[in-house]
Write a protein that binds this ligand. Structure first.
Ligand code: ADP
Ligand code: MG
Length: 299
């Protein structure tokens, strides 16, 4: 029966974009006005869809991921005046068979939210109180972990990028048809933390060795990142138009936190060089941060 379940699930859940679509439609059916989609490693490591909708009633949670359970139709007449995206009750159960799924939900009546961990068959294996507000958050980890062929299919970055584009297009499409819906998409959340000199304060050294006063960490590892140094220096030195800027580095600390899967530390034996798979995203985020700090925009 496990094989049959896996087979039929893999026909319902065919792709990364397909999972995002099903989860978003559930959020829309729950009358959400805000949906946040987060992806790690193009969604292969994690897809998370959070909404502020009606939530799932406690009575329904034990069956929410049971195949053919749907809270959306009760009678044949309902089918004829269907106004929801979902009605087959297949999506959530199918995702459970091809990934690790947990659901956090809270209705208006509930005092606190509850996090449910689901198994292959869509049954609840554990539950605990959680801290989220009204609505539902579905997390899908390790999609297609038990379908190696499909995992393999997504091993090429080109395929993943195509899929990410489709996900972006999907969000745009919903944004167009649902005005007033707040939608966000975050791929590989990057956390930037740092200490930078105040605008105008000259905590810099102009000696040629001054780059060693700028500390950069990626996931707590001290690293050398030329592009990031360069960006920091551009923003910082733009405040001092009269002085030669070639070697002007701020005394600064920048801590970058990215999902472990999106960084490769084994480029050099001393591990001070790292490969950020999404370096452009890091640079863009840092640039935005520095613009807000120093007000300098370069072209
Ligand atoms: P369907 O959408 O066809 O009903 P699904 O498998 O997609 O089936 O979802 C099963 C049930 O889980 C839904 O009928 C609904 O009761 C509940 N559910 C899933 N996601 C959400 C959500 N984001 N908000 C509220 N209820 C949800
Ligand atoms: Mg659905």
């Amino acid at each position: 029966p496990d094989t049959v379940r896996l087979l039929s699930s893999s026909q319902v859940i065919t792709s990364l974009v397909n999972v995002v679509k099903e989860l978003m439609e559930n959020s829309l059916d729950a009358e959400a006005s805000s949906i946040d989609v987060k992806l790690e490693n193009y969604g292969l490591d994690r897809i998370e869809v959070r909404d502020n909708g009606l939530g799932i009633k406690a009575d329904d949670t034990p069956v929410m991921a049971v195949t053919h359970f749907t809270s959306k139709i009760c009678s044949n007449e309902d089918l004829e005046r269907l106004e929801t995206y979902g009605f087959r009750g297949e999506a959530l159960g199918s995702v459970c068979s091809v990934a690790e799924v947990s659901v956090i939900t809270k209705t208006e009546e509930d005092d606190v939210s509850t996090q449910y961990t689901l198994n292959f068959s869509g049954e609840i294996v554990s539950q605990k109180p959680s801290h989220l507000g009204q609505g539902t958050t579905v997390s899908v980890l390790k999609l297609f972990k038990n379908i190696p062929v499909r995992r393999q299919y997504y091993s090429s970055t080109k395929k993943c990028k195509e899929e990410l584009k489709k996900i972006q297009d999907l969000l745009v499409a919903y944004a167009i048809i649902k005005p007033g819906l707040r939608l966000t998409l975050i791929h590989n959340r990057i956390l930037l933390e740092g200490f930078f000199p105040k605008p105008g304060a000259d905590y810099s050294s102009t000696s040629s060795s001054s780059a060693d006063k700028t500390f950069i960490f990626v996931n707590n590892r001290p690293v050398h990142q030329k592009d990031i140094m360069k960006l920091l220096r551009q923003h910082y030195s733009a405040q001092y138009p009269d002085t030669p800027t070639r070697n002007r580095y701020p005394t600064a600390m920048l801590k970058i936190t990215v999902p472990p899967s999106s960084v490769d530390v084994n480029l050099t034996p001393d591990k001070t060089q790292v490969l950020l798979h999404d370096k452009e995203a890091v640079l863009t985020a840092l640039d935005a941060l520095l613009v807000s700090l120093y007000g300098y925009r370069h072209n």
